[in-house]
Design a protein around this ligand. Structure first.
Ligand code: ADE
Length: 447
């Protein structure tokens, strides 16, 4: 039973609820235990009413998609999402070393070495998210947790925006975040580069870790904004000159002149003792459960990944196709996707087994090794790019016996490399790809 004793039963699904770990703007986070395995989890609870009233549905859906997309040792992992009639439950990795904020509040500033270790982990995780087109946009000390080995974990992707929300000018257009950590261009809300804005917040975090106080802090909000616009801050005299130079390059008010993450990672101060994180492989991401969360009829529906183990490809009906496309506009299924997308779809005029063979044949000349399992395939590039080997997960879904949708998802590697791959791959497959302009299919097929 929670503190109020009413609003929450002491278990949901297989999870038993314990004490409150923290409270955010949209609900509480509870410690929970998986009664089957005994594992501890943190469960973030959202009230559907509030979410609907405050028009936060889109934001919550985004949070789910975002957290499913990211899989990094320095980012709090999302295991599953459950829903009842009135609530949404996010089952998260339990991080038991407390908040970095509390460590600073209790013990004051950190030694430069310790601050550097946390900053390296922060940058590594943020850079990984950016390579997936995900921007946090609310990075602050309060969102950084520590695990039992004193490693940093970023929590709360509630305000993240996926690259899909980038408008034609290539910039993000929502103002959010905590003023002390927010970049000047975000406050001005003229559209901004999410990567540069996140780096500014990382710069503020590094300052706080080493100074024990904020670089921009004013009781009056207008005075605070003025200081941020002008990057009016002073490094305390205990900062080394190398750390000072780095912070000045990050806390540059003009995002065009601000250093990029990749350039910043070349600084000797940053590189000292840097151990980039090792990644686990990303699973195929199924986003089809998200809309279910907002239906009013479900009572403790536990949503998990389905692993079909029969030998037929998964079947898509018209509703699935519409939900995969942009609303009811099916043109997105036929046209080349925008640059920077994480997922692509092709419609093909063949049986699923034939498609599997063609996908394999066409990937090999492009230098990809292929692993097949039923109607799923994993393609791994031979070249080692900036973000590791480009790895693509594909799955064939049958719409009609001779018409299938091929879903492709970038599991690893750089977004731009994925765009290039998609361009070459779809050209190599052009004989079987169905386009809106294509002639009607062979009459003998009957479709
Ligand atoms: N507070 C907020 N999220 C948490 C988590 N995942 N683990 C522990 N405490 C938390």
């Amino acid at each position: 039973m929670n503190k109020e004793g009413k609003s929450l039963r002491n278990h949901v699904g297989k999870y038993e609820f314990g004490r409150v770990l923290g409270e955010g703007s949209f609900g509480k986070v509870y410690l929970a235990r998986n009664m089957e395995t005994g594992e501890k989890r943190a469960i973030k609870v959202f009230n559907k009413d509030r979410v609907v009233k405050d028009k936060m549905m889109e934001q919550i859906k985004r949070e789910i998609s975002t957290m499913k997309l990211v899989n990094h040792p320095n980012i709090v992992h999302l295991y599953e999402v459950m829903a009842s009639k009135t609530k949404i439950f996010f089952v998260l990795e339990y991080v038991n070393g407390g908040e970095l904020f509390n460590k600073i509040a209790r013990h004051g500033k950190l030694r430069e070495e310790e601050a550097r270790k946390y900053f390296q982990q922060l940058i590594n995780a943020v850079d990984y998210c950016h390579s997936k087109g995900v921007y946090h946009r609310d990075l602050k000390l309060e969102n950084l947790l520590l695990d039992e080995d004193d490693n940093l974990k970023i929590s709360d992707f509630g305000l993240s925006a996926l690259s899909q929300q980038i408008r034609e000018d290539g910039l993000l257009h929502t103002t959010c975040g905590t003023p002390n950590y927010v970049a000047p261009e975000v406050i001005l809300s003229k559209g901004y580069d999410g990567a540069k804005a996140d780096l500014w917040s990382c710069g503020v975090i590094l300052f706080v870790l080493m100074a024990g106080y904020l670089p921009f802090d004013e009781p009056n909000i207008m005075n605070l904004y003025k200081k941020i616009y002008k990057a009016d801050f002073t490094c305390p005299d205990w900062f080394s000159s190398a750390a000072r130079r780095l912070i000045i390059r990050i806390l540059e008010p003009n995002p065009k002149n601000r250093i990029s993450i990749s350039h910043m990672m070349e600084f000797l101060w940053f590189k000292k003792g840097y151990k980039p994180a090792r990644f686990r492989e990303q699973k195929y991401i199924d986003s089809s459960d998200i809309d279910l969360l907002f239906s009013s009829s479900n009572d403790h529906v536990v949503l998990e990944h389905k692993e079909p183990n029969d030998l037929r490809p998964s079947f898509l009906n018209a509703f699935d196709i519409i939900s995969l496309s942009e609303g009811l506009n099916l043109s997105g299924l036929f046209e080349k996707e925008q640059v920077g997308k994480q997922e692509m779809m092709l419609i093909m005029r063949c049986s699923a087994p034939e498609i599997m063979s063609k996908l394999e044949e066409s990937a090999k000349p492009l230098g990809f090794s292929v692993k097949r399992h039923d109607f799923k395939m994993r393609l791994e590039g031979s070249e080692l790019g900036h973000k590791g080997h480009l790895t693509i997960s594909t799955e064939v879904f049958e719409v009609l016996p001779l018409l299938s949708v091929v879903g492709m998802k970038r599991a690893r590697g750089d977004t731009r490399e994925f765009d290039r791959f998609y361009e070459n791959y779809s050209t190599a497959l052009k004989d079987i790809v169905w386009t809106a302009e294509a002639k009607p299919l062979d009459q003998t097929n009957g479709y």
